[in-house]
Design a protein around this ligand. Structure first.
Ligand code: ADP
Ligand code: ASP
Ligand code: MG
Length: 414
């Protein structure tokens, strides 16, 4: 009988973020929503984050005992945040009279590479998930964590529970993947920065990916990349209402009619400039191999026109990575015969994103006009097919976001 029924049921993966499981009453709210989903005739796999503030608290604790904890031990520590939530969520569901079981990332069959604190998922064998679903259990999986082939605990980078949810949805061939968070969906800009930003009904993977990777942290960018690769459509919606959210899916024809889908901002950026770099083949490769070798993720790169055989090379990166980058570059600078390294923080990045940019001109001019009207100086510019990004003074970033948002009419009813 069970097998007959399961053929007609939908399999739904729901992910609840940190705020949605932020205290016991919110965990009860999640438990009730999950039970309602099951009672509507579905099988449910739930992915949960650590309770809000817990991961940050654990990082702070680590710093109090060591200035440079190993990344392996950081993963052992950070994975405990999600482990607390899975147990509490399963207990809450049990207390409401339903069957639920919690699984760590490892128990859920999530195998990753060995790059601690930003591991990539290599494969998922969801044997235990299917086993418990077949027993009519609601399965609660710890987000953000996995294990290596040799059994070491790993984590998937900040915001990594989104990736767990999308990857599990792909692995179990879920019918629906829902990402529940503390806003009603993906907005034209972070609603905490631009209060009149509007909810986007549908967005393409590429636009979501560009927005996420340029600072719209409503989705972890690696999770969107994964969803695009494995064609997993998903919905971002609120755990505090029943309103429809934002559907993220493959591009459709009509999506190109909108020139700019949204504006992203990213604070806490820094700029590194290597001065008087000899302008000859192989030097840039040396610099960026050194940076890559230190596992530092960089963003924009600008090389000036060379004067008298030397040039300046600048790149941006997260402010937290600055000490690591400086340490990696200090000895290299002498080796390649450059003059020195200048590090500057207090900058931020603003990006406008939209696939309509491919077929519309004048987007850059409009953005630069809007910023200049607000007296905002542009320090660096970069473009992709569907994005224009600028680096500006961090103190002006919220004003810049409002100016760009309004210049492209994003707050108006569409
Ligand atoms: P969760 O804990 O559920 O994963 P996050 O804090 O990671 O939630 O992401 C949700 C937050 O993302 C929102 O509270 C909002 O401030 C922020 N955000 C940034 N950009 C956007 C955007 N374009 N649309 C919606 N939310 C955004
Ligand atoms: N708890 C992890 C973090 O805060 C993962 C997540 O919430 O998605 O980054
Ligand atoms: Mg998140």
């Amino acid at each position: 009988m069970a097998a007959l029924f399961s053929e007609r049921m939908s399999l739904i993966v729901q992910k609840y973020g940190g705020t949605s499981v932020g205290d016991p009453s919110r965990i009860m709210n999640v438990a009730k929503r999950v039970i309602a989903t099951q009672e509507a005739g579905n099988q449910v796999v739930v992915v949960v984050s650590a309770m809000s503030g817990v991961t940050d608290g654990l990082i702070k604790l680590a710093r109090e005992v060591s200035s440079a904890p190993t990344e392996r031990e950081m993963d052992v520590l950070l994975a405990t945040g999600e482990q607390t939530t899975i147990a509490l969520t399963a207990m809450a569901i049990n207390a409401l009279g339903k069957k639920a079981v919690s699984l760590t990332g490892a128990q859920a069959g999530i195998i990753t590479d060995g790059v601690h604190t930003k591991a990539k998922i290599a494969n998922i064998t969801p044997k235990q998930i299917h086993g418990f679903l077949d027993e009519d259990c609601i399965v609660i999986v710890a987000g953000f964590q996995g294990q290596t082939m040799s059994g070491q605990i790993t984590t998937l980078g900040r915001g990594g529970s989104d990736l767990t949810a999308i990857a599990i949805a792909a692995a179990v061939k879920a019918d629906i993947c829902q990402i529940y968070t503390d806003v009603e969906g993906v907005f034209t800009c972070d609603p905490r920065v631009v209060p009149h930003a509007r909810k986007i009904a549908e967005i393409s993977y590429d636009e979501m990916l560009e927005m996420a990777s340029s600072g719209s942290k409503v989705m972890q960018s690696r999770s969107v990349e994964f969803a695009k690769k494995f064609k997993v459509p998903f919905e971002v919606r609120s755990s505090f209402s029943n309103n429809p959210g934002t559907i993220v899916k493959e591009e459709t024809m009509s999506m190109e009619n909108v020139v700019i889908r949204g504006v992203s901002i990213e604070r806490n950026q820094a700029k590194v400039t290597i001065t008087n770099v000899p302008d000859k083949p192989g030097i840039a490769a040396k610099i960026f191999n050194t940076i890559a070798g230190a596992n530092i993720i960089i963003d924009m790169i600008v090389q000036n026109v060379s004067v008298a055989g030397t040039t300046d090379i600048s790149f941006t990166l997260n402010k937290d990575e600055l000490p690591k980058a400086k340490a990696a570059l200090d000895s290299l600078v002498k080796e390649i015969g450059a003059q020195g390294v200048i590090a500057q923080d207090g900058i931020a990045k603003l990006s406008v994103v939209g696939i309509g940019m491919r077929s519309h001109s004048g987007v850059a001019a409009k953005l630069f006009d809007a910023l200049s009207a607000g007296g905002i100086n542009i320090q660096m510019i970069s473009t992709s097919e569907i994005k224009i990004a600028v680096v500006i003074d961090e103190a002006k970033i919220a004003d810049a976001a409002k100016l760009a948002h309004d210049a492209f009419g994003l707050g108006e009813k569409g």
